[in-house]
Design a protein around this ligand. Sequence first.
Ligand SMILES: NC(=O)c1ccc[n+]([C@@H]2O[C@H](COP(=O)([O-])OP(=O)(O)OC[C@H]3O[C@@H](n4cnc5c(N)ncnc54)[C@H](O)[C@@H]3O)[C@@H](O)[C@H]2O)c1
Length: 262
Amino acid sequence: MAEISPSEPSFDLAGRTIIVTGGGKGIGKVYCRHLAAAGARLIVADIDGEASVEVAKEIVSKGGVAVAEPTDVSDEKAVGRMAEAAIEAFGRIDGLINNAALMSDLPRQPWHQIEAEEWDRVMAVNLRGMFLCCRAVYPQMKKQGKGKIVNISSSRVWAGAPDRLHYTTSKMGVVGLTRALAREVGDDNIVVNAVAPGFTLSETQVATSSNEYLASKRNDRRALKRAQVPEDLVGVVMFLLSDASNFMTGQTITVDGGHMMH
Ligand SMILES: NC(=O)c1ccc[n+]([C@@H]2O[C@H](COP(=O)([O-])OP(=O)(O)OC[C@H]3O[C@@H](n4cnc5c(N)ncnc54)[C@H](O)[C@@H]3O)[C@@H](O)[C@H]2O)c1
């Protein structure tokens, strides 16, 4: 059994190797930029290979450290290669952000119009993919006697938000996976937490939402009455990757400006 590290009042991520799935676009890209600026060494793993390469290039051009590893998280072999790439490049894996998901590409539609194939694809990426990524990094984290996993859920699970039933269902699955896995890997000193963002104006969300839909999102339901942007999520994710949160596991933190108070 690994020794459980006490929490340290340190938010320092310099030199930490962190894999960001879905890191090529949207909120994932913003995580990558900020983590690199904090000195972390990144594996940018997105199914969009070009986007992964662009983000890694941008980071390196600014003096940061990043490697692009185009990855489909629902593909077991590809996910295995992603973990190997991190070990080859940096010799360790300190953190994994399971951010990749099918979200902005999904049509908003009544539940009974969702095709079974689309349901399966959402589960394959959003849940099976998360399971595969956790399993792929586990041997290395166990060997190190320490690891930090951050799973991205959604605050729509507390609201029971409609129109993407498969997506909402998968994001509640993330909460269950986070809790049960946290118990299974606690003895290895690996912590697993989740973040549930509210409706966030990521570049991909904005590009795929109609003006009417964006206008229908009411910020006055939040305690903090403004639109949520990707940067609002970065601090909590960095905290969960840092030693400051060493004694926290199995939790889901909602970041939505005080809309859902969970
Ligand atoms: N934007 C929001 O309002 C919001 C709200 C709550 C939760 N979230 C969650 O935050 C995360 C990022 O959201 P976003 O707004 O950037 O969404 P997005 O749909 O733009 O981002 C998903 C990213 O994952 C990548 N991806 C898709 N399928 C993949 C696969 N099979 N393998 C690897 N990568 C894959 C995409 O290329 C993209 O870069 C997602 O998990 C999303 O569910 C977003």
